[in-house]
Every structure is written in C-alpha cells, then in structure tokens.
Design a protein around this ligand. Structure first.
Ligand code: NAD
Length: 483
C-alpha cells in the first residue's frame, strides 16, 4: 500500500509545507514507512499564525453557547468515525486496538464534551466593596496558543489541549508528535465538518527541532501547552523565556506503585500488571517502580511474573493483544538498553527482556518487547531512577511505611503514585506525604476531568483539568465598579 501523505491544515485548508519537504513515519508493528508528513519550518508556523490571529477577534467574541455547540458536534463526529480513528491510532502508534477503542478515542471525544459543558456552567467571582461599589472577575481569551503533544496517547493528549483552548475563545496552532500524526490529520476534517471557523485550529506537522521550536520562539504566541519529555520541557522554558510566555508543562515520570501487605492482593496484582504494561508501558502514569512490603513480596513477585508471561505481545490490530509495538526503533533500542544496564547494575531479569521469539511474517521487523520485570536493584540504581517509558518495571521489597515513603519521594520526578492498602488511615497518611501531582489509592489511572492534573518537581509546571484549564487558557481580570 502506498503511504498516506499528510499535509498541514491552515485556515481550514490542507496545504503543502512551504519548503516542500516531507519525511517518513513508520508503522511500528511492521517497521516500515506508512505515512509521509510535512517537514514544516518557521514559514509554515508564520502562515498558521497569520490564520490563527485573523480568526481570533471573531472567535473570541463568539458566544459560549455557539462555541459549546461546535465542541459537542466535534465530539459527535469523532464518535461517528470512531473505527477509523481507532484503526489509525493503533497502526500509527503500535498500541493494541482494544486500548485505542476503549481509552484513546473515547477520551478524545470526551475532552470536547467535557469542556463544551464546562464553559457553559462556570461562574465567576463577585463581591461588594463596602462604601465603594463592587468587584467582579472576568476571563479574557488570550490569543493564539501553541499546543505541542507527544506520541504515546496522540489524539487523547492533543484534544486535551485543543478542547479547553478553543472553548475559552483562543485560537490554536497544534504541533503533534512527528511519530504519530495520523489521527491529528483525521481530526482536521472533523473540525471543518463540525463548522469550526477557518483559522481557529491549525495543524503544523513536523519535527520538534524545526516546527516545534518555531512555535515556542514565535514572539506573538503568548501561551504554550506542552506535553512531552522533561529534557524538552527544559528547552521550552529556556526558548520561551525571552517572550514571557504562559507555560503549562506536563512532563516525564518515574511513578511509585506501593503495595502494602494489608492490600486486596488480587486487585493490587491485576491492576499492577496493567499499570506496568498498558500501552507497552508508554504511559507517563505507568507505575514503573513497584515497592512491595516484605511479607508478601515473594508471592506478589511470582504473581506478577506469571501474569506478565501470559500477556500476549504482537499484532496491535488483533482484538486479544495486550502489548503492541514500541513506537520507534530508536525508542526500542533505548528501552532495551535499560535492561542491559539493569543487569550491569546487579539486577535479575525475572521475565521478559527480549523481542518475543514467536513473532511471524511482517511482525518480525516490528519493535516489540516482552514485558520485563527486574528485581534485586537498589533505589540508587539508574534503572530505578530514570524514566524508561517502556514495558520494563523494577520490583523492590520494603519493611516500613517511613522507608517506602522516603524512597518513593527520593526522585526528581513527581507525577503520580498508586498506594495499595485496606487501612484507611494509612492510605490518607501516605497519600498526604507522597510528592506527586496525582495519588491513587487502590486504583490506577482513574481520571476525573474536573480535578487538577499535573506534576511536581521535574514532572511539570502548572495544572490543567476543570477550572485549572480555564485558568491556563484565559487571563483573569478584576473589574471594580464604583457605586
Ligand atoms: P518529546 O519531548 O520528545 O516530544 C514531545 C513533543 O515535543 C513532540 O511533538 C516533539 O516534536 C516536540 N518537541 C521536541 N523538541 C522540541 C523543541 N525543542 N521545541 C518544541 N517542541 C519540541 O516527548 P515524546 O518522546 O514525544 O513523549 C514521551 C515523553 O512524554 C515521556 O517523557 C512521557 O513521560 C511524557 N509524557 C508526559 C505526560 C504528562 O501528562 N505528564 C503525558 C504523556 C507523555
């Protein structure tokens, strides 16, 4: 099959990149190119900026009811075309089709519905200033936003930015990951069909170094919402600093999964399997550092290893596949190198570690890796400290609550944490002491979009979700009226 050719989407039209260059992106399950995307550069970002800034005056004055109506329509159209989105996401990213169908694409539609409702129902502050008059707050849309997203949950995370951004009356230039641009490309025609005016959302495809950086350095783009790696996040802070941009940064993680001996064992075990290996471990919220209280350590380790060995790795489009392919060859090599490092650091590979021998036919060149569990490492080892972002977890026995809280917090990251215990007091105590933006007790990856989401330390800056997204995508103004 000839590769899909993707074009930029500017002013509601598909346009070729100004310099005419494209590059290949790969189907990770086959290891062959399957799409070509524009290698966009600064002139493309300038064109998108022209469209987005021209659309801003009218869109920012469009009534909330009308904006909301269009957002609901976008959600409905994603639902109508769900199969097409699901197949594209799975093929482009390597994720199991079941995950794209139950998580990625439904959540993309939900993002639009959630913010369509949220803007219609928000109330601002007002108060009487005795003897003077009264004050009230008003939210102003800010202007043209730069929205930069990663490859692991492509449409899910991109729409998590687009929906609140345009719901609040801003216009957007999006830069999806160069590894996974297909569903963003499909979204363009949905936006147009839903009646979104030209220029409100523009898509500029390409690399971070060229298109992404041009967006961050553009002097007239006042806000950047970025999800991606911590090293890239640091570059974005530095490159945007001269322009005093408003930044929201959702970055990497090395999340602790803490299992106390008084937990619901079966629930902790089955959810830990998921939190270790869902999406091939390529979810920023995966619990890659597992800490188990010593009395149940051996039993938990055996259960986890048995469970991991039963997971089916292979064809992402098969309905019963548990782990698909890692996103790229480079990423596969990086993840694989951490397994070697783990052994060098004194660890024992309890299971996995290799490309599955059972792969046949076109899948033999795919970027597959068995779910891997490494024991015997100490918390100072690099494998227990650095983000691997693949199907590789470490497991470690602890003796006391104080010890495990100290080790869990001894990390430069602070994105999320799971705690497994049936003791309510302990759950509240440990949740209160853990340095992470989200703490789950006896669950994992349960997301309430009304709640703030973000990371502490090098896992991010700022919060999005609910009113926190409205705070980010608007300027809050106080107006004082005298009597
Ligand atoms: P990445 O940082 O390499 O790339 C993310 C995006 O930034 C891509 O679109 C890329 O093209 C762009 N980019 C790269 N360099 C840039 C630059 N100099 N200027 C502007 N844009 C640039 O991240 P990735 O490899 O795509 O994603 C994996 C990372 O994302 C992991 O670290 C993971 O933990 C993190 N992540 C975090 C969250 C969260 O919510 N905290 C969610 C998902 C993924």
């Amino acid at each position: 099959m000839s590769p899909t050719i993707i074009d930029n989407f500017i002013n509601n039209e598909f346009v070729k990149p100004t310099e005419g260059a494209y590059f290949d992106t790969f189907n990770p399950a086959h290891g062959v190119p399957h799409a070509q995307i524009p290698d966009s550069t600064k002139p493309d970002v300038d064109l998108a900026y022209k469209a987005a800034s021209a659309a801003f005056p009218s869109w920012s004055k469009t009534s909330k009811a009308e904006r909301s109506r269009i957002l609901y329509k976008i959600a409905d159209l994603i639902d109508e075309r769900q199969d097409e989105f699901v197949r594209a996401e799975s093929k482009d990213q390597g994720k199991p089709i079941s995950l794209a169908k139950t998580v990625d694409i439904p959540r993309a539609a939900h993002n639009f519905r959630f913010f369509a409702g949220r803007i219609s129902h928000s109330v601002e502050e007002a108060g009487e200033l005795e003897g003077v008059g009264f004050s009230y707050t008003q939210r102003m849309p800010i202007g043209v936003a730069g929205l930069i997203s990663p490859w692991n949950l492509p449409l899910y995370l991109l729409t998590w930015k687009i929906a609140p951004c345009i719901a609040c009356g801003n216009t957007a230039i999006c830069k999806p990951s160069e590894f996974t641009s297909l569903t963003a490309y499909l979204l363009c025609s949905v936006l147009k069909e839903a009646g979104l005016p030209a220029g409100v959302v523009n898509m500029v495809f390409g690399t971070g170094m060229k298109a992404g950086q041009a967006l961050v350095e553009h002097p007239r783009i006042p806000l950047i919402s970025f999800t991606g790696g911590t090293v890239t996040g640091a570059k974005i802070i530095a490159n945007s600093a001269p322009h005093f941009k408003k930044l929201s940064l959702e970055l990497g993680g090395k999340n602790a999964n803490i299992v106390f001996a008084d937990c619901d064992f079966e629930k902790a075990l089955t959810t830990s399997l998921r939190s270790s290996f869902a999406n091939q471990g390529e979810i920023c919220l995966c619990g890659s550092r597992i800490f188990v209280e010593r009395p149940i350590y051996e039993k938990f380790l055996r259960g986890l290893v048995d469970g991991a060995k039963k997971l089916k790795v292979g064809d992402p489009s098969a309905p019963d596949t548990d782990l698909g392919a890692l996103v790229s060859k480079e990423h596969w090599e990086k993840v694989r190198s951490y397994i070697d490092l783990g052994v060098k650091e004194g660890g024992k590979v309890e299971c996995g570690g290799e490309k599955p021998a059972s792969l046949q036919g076109e899948f033999q060149n795919g970027y597959f890796l068995e779910p891997t569990i490494i024991s015997g490492l100490t918390p100072s080892c690099r494998v227990m400290r650095e983000e691997i972002f693949g199907p590789v977890v470490t497991i470690y026995a602890f003796d006391t609550e104080e010890e495990v809280v100290q080790i869990a917090n001894d990390s430069e990251y602070g994105l999320s944490c799971s705690i497994w215990t049936e003791n309510g007091r302990r759950a509240r105590r440990v949740a209160g002491d853990i340095q992470a933006g989200t703490v789950w007790v006896n669950t994992w990856m349960a997301r309430d979009l009304r709640m703030p989401f973000g990371g502490m330390k090098k896992s991010g800056l700022g919060r999005e979700g609910g009113d926190h997204s409205l705070d980010f995508y608007t300027e809050l103004k106080t107006i004082c009226l005298a009597d």
